[in-house]
Every structure is written in C-alpha cells, then in structure tokens.
Ligand binder design. Sequence first.
Ligand code: GLN
Length: 279
Amino acid sequence: MKTRAEALKELRRTLTEAGFDTAALDARLLLLTVLGISATDLITWPDTPLTSEQADTLAAFMNRRLAHEPVARIVGEREFWGLPFRLSPETLVPRPDTETLVETVLALLPDRQAPLKVVDFGTGSGCILVALLHELPNATGLGVDLSFGALVTARANAIGNRVGSRCHFALSRWADAIAGRFDLIVSNPPYIASGVIPTLDQEVREHDPRLALDGGSDGLEPYRILLGEAERLLAPGGLLALEIGYDQAEDLESLAGSHGLEVLRIAHDLSGNPRCIAM
Ligand code: GLN
C-alpha cells in the first residue's frame, strides 16, 4: 500500500498534469479529508500506509476533482471568516469576497455589544449570519431562504459554530413571510444576469445552485425587492448592507436613491472591485 507521502505526491502530480493551478492545495485537502487527520499529523507521520478503503475513497475524490467539481463540494465544507461551514447541493460555496460584507457591517456598527436583531436574506449556508453572530455576542439572528435544504444546512452551521441558540430560520421568498423590524438587514442575493450564467466558470455553473446565482434579466431583481421592503423592515437607525456584483455599484446607488435610502459606504473586495453597499 502507498504511504501518505506517496499518495500526496501522486495526487499532486495527476492534478498538475491535468492543469489545475491549485493542484498542491487541492491534493493536500483531499488527502487530509480522506484520512481524517490534520496537516500536522501528515507532516509528523508521512510513512503511514493508506488502507485500501482510504485509497479507494481518495481515487473517487480525485476523479470528481478531475471532472472539475470544486474541492469544497467534494470535502463538503468550506472555511469562511475563520469558521467551518458545511455545504449541501442547495447552498452556494461561501466566497472570500463575501467577508467584505461582514467587515463593512462590523465597521459601521457603533456598538458590537448591543442586542441587535439581524436578518439575512438568502442565507444559504448561513455563513454571513453565523459570522456576524459570532462577532456580535448579544445579537439574535433570522436566516431566510427559499430553499428548505439550505435552511437545514444553515441551521447545522449555526449550531456547529455555537450561535444556534441565538438564531432562527424561516422559509420565505425574500421578505414575503417576514414581519417585524430589524437593526441590521444583510444579504448576498443572487446577482448574475440570467443571460450571463452560461458564460460562468464551469465549477460555478455546474455546481453552485442556480437559485443562488440567477438575479433575473438584469441581475438586479433581488435588489429591487429587498430595497422595496427596507422601509417596512428596518428599525429606526437600522443598517442595510448588501453584497453586489463588481459592476453594479452605480445601479445600486441609483436604486438606493429612488427608495430614499442614504448610501453610507461602498466597500471594495481584495481585487479592488466594489463588493458591498451599505445604507
Ligand atoms: N448567503 C450565502 C452566501 O453568502 C448564500 C448567498 C447566495 O446563495 N446567493 O454564501
């Protein structure tokens, strides 16, 4: 049987030869997941042989990767805001760019100890809501999604990340079934124009749920709905923060204007693109 070090080297070579830029990282993550060990364990005991069952599972993972399934989908988990999030076919893979939204909200809140009421529309894996509740010890949250499967995953992630007791979840198309007022409304809605979806990267197009991507004919439909609900749902002095596509800042500014909402900040992601608007 192959040792851990041999299996890693072989997998890395196969993925490199198949043209994966992230071959080394992918190989390591797949192997660690199959073995259920930490990176430190791998370095400390590189010569332990794989069992035949482990070798079979690794081969199956490799074939899925060679078919361009994202590593996060294969291992069923992705880190966001330093926390682990389980994924399911109904949830978008959390993106590092979405941390811009969390950062912006935290920067704009005057008091992180306040007992804020937070709602996250299109919560998906729950990553935004869970990250916020993790940073806001006295806040309570409501995660809303149209997908029941996503809500099951989000709830597991809230519990797994120790904010489950301060979190509820509701099945609703946007705010249709939601009443009450919130100090903080957040969302990373689907914002890709329907016609652009066929041109997306294969890993996104084939593996992220369409419901999580498709923002209607111009990609702005969810924003129109959410901004239209802001007056009903925002508590006095409340904050509304939305992730946006790299080319949507101007459209969002004018939408905010037409709903009488003052733009407080447009924040940029690590690539320098506008990624979040707060009002
Ligand atoms: N809120 C989730 C995230 O940011 C899901 C967003 C979505 O599905 N559009 O990852």
